[in-house]
Design a protein around this ligand. Structure first.
Ligand SMILES: Cc1cc2nc3c(=O)[nH]c(=O)nc-3n(C[C@H](O)[C@H](O)[C@H](O)COP(=O)(O)OP(=O)(O)OC[C@H]3O[C@@H](n4cnc5c(N)ncnc54)[C@H](O)[C@@H]3O)c2cc1C
Length: 471
């Protein structure tokens, strides 16, 4: 491992020490090997790093953290690098003169046997959500978190972001699945409690503290996770609606009739058209609608018949077999990819109370236009795509057009959500993207308490500086 000219002082020494701890082949410093670790999924966030290091055990993670602390290098923990808020890659403007090391957890892939008595499993931080879900299913159980990035997103990354996803309305977000954790603190000490005892009431809950900590407090190495009874085959339906108010109302109607409702997603015609252009999929319904509600219910043919009787489902496609359900899901799940194919979008992930969601949507386009013009937006009119987990009040607002480096539009959307009693982050977290806007969703006293926790656990600001808490 060699360091290029112009790297921070001590770089060669750090690379040598890291290679001694994890093996030369797991310290990647060559630009072409490093590139995939320093640019995020959206291509909006990228930075420079001295290397990416891939420890293979909690002990090696501890050694890596100690080595980096010795050289005052910042550490960016990284799982599948599917995060959408710039938290998984180094900062673009350097780290205040410090060297940066990306610590990849992808080799921490141990997956223990499913415990059928407790309905729990122990999984390494680098296990993907797809592998975890398949492992649980093979034992007749289910993992509660499911999201379109499942093939790459990891156990550690989803805990660190407290990921939500399509089944949050039924099982809760990732923190609701988390029963215990093993993690390495900034000083290299390992905290481990993986017993999974449902009744264990001893002081602060470190596992829950790390849920949503975005790599700023510790590197998660293993987790003990709750599993759920596998549910009967599902009914998936895609219903045309007149707009977001109708989608929210229909979701509530279905929920009242079908207790097994496990997903309620919202898409609009503009996004569906984009997905169709990308994928070649046919129109979802014979008569186009301005918007659609996609709902999934665990149930049987009886359930489907009861639902079909709802007058508001007159304009719906219904699927009960796996292929048919996957076809309907594609209209929703391929949004992110279809939008990114057109350029680098501004991606906002807000939630607003369902009672205010229609008012928020009604004001959104104008707020985006005004912000884009205010930012000197002489360019093309911004294109706004709205979709998301409407059952949780969670809307993804994607805007194409304004310069990706300009945050004016992002701030306008988040301010609008706050005005309507909402939050600037429903599920993606804060990352680097929203650190400066934390005050829109947390009070000064709450931010001070978060800073106190950070200072206590990571006094040297080793872990992910600039993420979550503004510098
Ligand atoms: C197509 C697509 C669909 C998506 N859908 C959803 C969705 O429905 N719901 C949702 O919530 N998100 C969604 N996301 C966002 C993303 O998948 C989640 O944020 C996910 O939790 C990130 O996991 P990851 O392993 O890729 O983490 P990364 O992107 O690698 O990291 C995310 C954050 O966690 C930290 N981190 C990662 N691993 C560790 C660790 N072991 N210890 C400590 N900190 C760590 C990083 O430093 C970073 O701050 C989607 C993304 C894409 C691309």
């Amino acid at each position: 491992v060699t360091a290029a000219d112009g790297e921070p002082s001590g770089a060669r020494g750090l690379l040598r020490d890291l290679a001694r701890e994890v093996g030369d082949e797991h310290v990647l410093a060559e630009p072409d090997l490093l590139a995939g670790y320093t640019t995020d999924w959206t291509r909006r966030y990228a930075g420079g790093a001295l290397c990416a290091v891939r420890p293979g055990s909690a002990g090696q993670v501890a050694a890596v953290l100690r080595a980096c602390a010795g050289y005052s290098a910042a550490v960016v923990p990284q799982g599948g690098n599917t995060g959408l808020v710039g938290g998984s890659v180094p900062p673009g403007d350097g780290s205040r003169g410090r060297g940066v090391v990306v610590l990849s957890t992808r080799r921490l892939r141990d997956l223990g046997p499913v415990d059928p008595l407790a309905a729990q499993v122990t999984a390494g931080a680098g296990v993907t959500i797809a592998d975890l879900r398949a492992h649980a299913a093979a034992a007749g159980l289910a993992y509660g978190v499911n999201l379109a990035s499942r093939e790459s997103a990891t156990v550690g990354g989803t805990i660190a972001t407290n990921a939500g996803g399509i089944n949050t309305i039924r099982y809760g977000a990732t923190r609701s699945q988390l029963l215990g954790i093993e993690a390495v603190l900034a000083d290299g000490s390992i905290v481990s409690r993986l017993s999974g005892l449902a009744a264990d009431n001893v002081g602060y809950d470190l596992a829950q503290l790390l849920a949503g900590s975005e790599g700023t407090l510790a590197v998660i190495t293993t987790a003990r996770l709750r599993l759920w009874p596998a549910e009967p085959a599902a009914v998936t339906l895609l219903a045309g609606v007149d707009g977001i108010a109708a989608a929210a109302a229909l979701h509530a109607e279905i929920r009242a009739l079908a207790p097994g409702l496990r997903a309620a997603e919202y898409v609009e015609a503009a996004g569906v058209e984009l997905v169709r252009e990308l994928t070649g999929l046919p129109a979802p319904l014979s008569r186009p609608a301005p918007a659609y509600l996609l709902a999934e219910i665990s149930g049987s043919a009886d359930e489907a018949e009861r639902l079909a009787a709802l007058p508001s489902l007159a304009r719906a496609a219904v699927a009960m077999d796996a292929a048919g359900r996957a076809a309907l899901w594609a209209y929703r799940e391929r949004h992110t990819e279809a939008i990114s194919a057109l350029g680098i979008p501004h991606k906002m992930d807000v939630a607003v109370p369902l009672a205010r969601i229609a008012a928020f949507r009604a004001e959104l386009d104008q707020a985006v236009r005004a912000a884009a013009n205010g930012a000197g937006g002489a360019g093309p009119a911004p294109r706004v795509f709205v979709f998301g987990h409407i059952g949780a009040g969670n809307l993804h607002v994607n805007v194409l057009g304004p310069d990706p480096a300009d945050g004016t539009v992002d701030e306008a959307v988040m301010r609008l959500a706050a005005v309507h009693g909402g939050t600037i982050s429903a599920e993606h977290g804060i990352g680097r993207a929203k650190a400066g806007l934390l005050h829109l969703s947390r009070s000064p006293a709450e931010i001070a308490a978060m800073r106190a926790v950070k200072a206590a656990l990571d006094p040297g600001d080793l872990l992910n500086p600039g993420v979550l808490l503004p510098g």
